[in-house]
Ligand binder design. Structure first.
Ligand SMILES: Nc1nc2c(c(=O)[nH]1)N[C@H]1C(S)=C(S)[C@@H](COP(=O)(O)O)O[C@H]1N2
Ligand SMILES: [Mo]
Length: 416
C-alpha cells in the first residue's frame, strides 16, 4: 500500500471516485446540485434572534451521547458515552461530554452553593461562589477518563464502536482556582496528609486524595471550554484531578476535609480497585496510563468512499504527561507507521493523530499504539491480561483492533 499524499494524486482520485459513483448518471460537470437552483437558495435563513444560544445543524442530530441500556440498572445511576467517532481536534464540546453520575445530574443554584473546608486546618472555612471567584484563576486542558472506560473488553471484543469501548473520556479546557490556594487559605496542619473531597449530589460521592497531588496541579473549576460547567459536569463547582481516574474528579464539590490518612470509602474499596490474577485487589490505581484508539474508520464510522485516499484518525492520551508518538498499523501489526500528531500537545490532555493511506480495497486490521513522554508504550490486551487476568473492570488501556472488510464495514475484534 504505497502512500502518495501529493495534492495531484488526491485530485485525480477525487475525479475518479466521482466518475465511479456517478456511473450512468450525470458527470461531475452536469451535477444538478451545481447547475440547478435549489430550494435553499430561494428562501431567507433564520434571523439573529432565533437562537440566542446556538445549537448544531439539524443534519448533525446523530452526533450525540449514547448509553448501553444493559450496562446499568437505571439511568439515574448510569453512564453515557462521548461520540468520539464524530469528533475531531482535541476539545470535546460541552454538550457531548460523557456523563457518569451515581445519583442523577443535580442542578444547583450557585447563589446557595457553598464549599467548606474542615479537618486538620488552622481555620475551618466556608466559601460562597463569589468568594471562589476572587482567587487567581488558571486555564488548563485536561482529559477526564473514567477508570471503567474499556472495562467491558477485558474478556474479549464486545462493544461495537469506539463510542462504547472508549467513550468514557472527555477533554476540556477548565478555568478554575488551584486547589493549593484554597488549602493555603485554611492552612493545612503538619499532619494533614490526605484530603477528602465530597459532592453535594444525592450520591454524596467522596474520594481520598493524597496531599501532594492536592497541592500540585488540582483545580477547583467553574468553567469548561469558556462557559459555566454543565449541570451534568458538576455545576457550579467541580474538582479537577489531572491525569487521575475520573471518579476522583468530584462534581458539585461542597466539602474538603483534611486528614492524616485515607478514608477508605466505597469508591476506593469496593469500586475502582483492580482485582489481580492472584485474587488480591489493588487499591489506589490513580494515574491513567497511556492509551489510544482509532476513531475513524471504526464500527460506527465505516469507509464509505471505496478504495483510494483514506484518512485514518484517532486520539491518544496519558495521565503521566504528553504523547510524543503514536504508531498505527493497517495490517494487524506486520508493519507499523508513525502517525502525524496535529494540534496542541499538552500535558495530560488528549492528542489528535492522523495517518493518510491509499486503501487498495483489501481487508484491514487497524491498531494504534501510544508512547508517552515517560517512554512508556501502550500494551497489548494480552500483556495486560498476563498481569491482571480477565476478572478486571477498571484501567484497561490495551491496544484496540478494528477489522475492516472489503466493503469498508468495521468491527471490534481481537488478534493474538
Ligand atoms: N459528586 C459526584 N462526583 C462524581 C461522580 C458522581 O456521581 N457524583 N461520578 C464520578 C465518576 S465515576 C466519573 S468517571 C466522573 C465523570 O465525570 P463527567 O460526568 O463529567 O463525565 O465524575 C466523578 N465525580
Ligand atoms: Mo467513573
Amino acid at each position: 500500500m504505497a502512500k502518495d499524499t501529493t495534492r495531484r494524486s488526491f485530485i485525480k482520485a477525487g475525479f475518479a471516485a466521482g466518475a465511479g459513483l456517478a456511473a450512468g448518471q450525470a458527470s461531475a460537470a452536469g451535477d444538478p446540485l451545481i447547475t440547478e437552483t435549489q430550494d435553499w437558495n430561494q428562501q431567507l435563513g433564520f434571523g439573529v434572534d432565533e437562537r440566542p444560544y446556538g445549537i448544531p445543524s439539524e443534519f448533525q442530530k446523530h452526533v450525540k451521547r449514547r448509553s448501553v441500556p444493559w450496562l446499568t440498572a437505571d439511568p439515574i445511576s448510569s453512564i453515557n458515552f462521548t461520540p468520539l467517532h464524530e469528533l475531531d481536534g482535541i476539545i470535546t464540546p460541552n454538550g457531548l461530554c460523557f456523563e457518569r453520575h451515581h445519583g442523577g445530574a443535580a442542578e444547583y443554584d450557585p447563589a446557595s452553593h457553598r464549599l467548606m473546608i474542615n479537618g486538620l486546618v488552622d481555620e475551618e472555612l466556608v466559601f460562597t461562589m463569589e468568594d471562589i471567584m476572587r482567587f487567581p484563576r488558571e486555564n488548563h486542558v485536561y482529559f477526564l477518563e473514567c477508570a471503567a472506560n474499556t472495562g467491558m473488553e477485558w474478556r474479549g471484543a464486545q462493544l461495537n464502536g469506539c463510542q462504547f469501548t472508549h467513550g468514557m473520556i472527555h477533554n476540556v479546557m477548565y478555568t478554575g482556582i488551584p486547589l493549593r490556594l484554597i488549602l493555603k487559605e485554611a492552612g493545612v496542619k503538619a499532619d494533614g496528609k490526605w484530603l477528602l473531597a465530597e459532592g453535594a449530589d444525592a450520591s454524596g460521592m467522596t474520594r481520598s486524595i493524597p496531599m501532594e497531588k492536592a497541592l500540585d496541579d488540582c483545580l477547583v473549576a467553574f468553567k469548561m471550554n469558556g462557559e459555566a460547567l454543565r449541570p451534568e459536569q458538576g455545576y457550579p463547582l467541580r474538582l479537577v484531578v489531572p491525569g487521575w481516574e475520573g471518579n476522583m474528579w468530584i462534581k458539585w464539590l461542597r466539602r474538603l476535609e483534611v486528614g492524616d490518612q485515607p478514608w477508605h470509602h466505597r469508591e476506593e474499596t469496593s469500586k475502582y480497585t483492580d482485582l489481580l490474577e492472584d485474587g488480591n485487589a489493588r487499591r489506589f490505581t490513580w494515574v491513567m496510563d497511556a492509551k489510544s484508539v482509532i476513531t475513524n474508520p471504526s464500527p460506527q464510522a465505516p469507509i464509505t468512499h471505496g478504495p483510494g485516499p483514506t484518512v485514518l484518525t484517532g486520539v491518544a492520551w496519558s495521565g503521566h504527561g504528553t504523547i510524543p508518538q503514536v504508531d498505527v498499523t493497517i495490517d494487524g501489526g506486520k508493519n507499523w507507521h508513525k502517525a502525524r500528531i496535529s494540534g496542541p500537545s499538552l500535558d495530560k490532555s488528549m492528542h489528535r493523530f492522523y495517518y493518510e493511506f491509499d486503501w487498495d480495497g483489501s481487508e484491514l486490521l487497524l491498531q494504534s499504539r501510544a508512547h508517552d513522554s515517560t517512554g512508556y508504550v501502550q500494551p497489548t490486551k494480552d500483556e495486560l491480561r498476563a498481569i491482571r487476568g480477565t476478572n478486571s473492570i477498571y484501567h484497561n488501556n490495551g491496544i484496540q483492533t478494528w477489522y475492516v472488510n472489503k466493503e469498508g464495514v468495521a468491527e471490534n475484534v481481537e488478534i493474538s
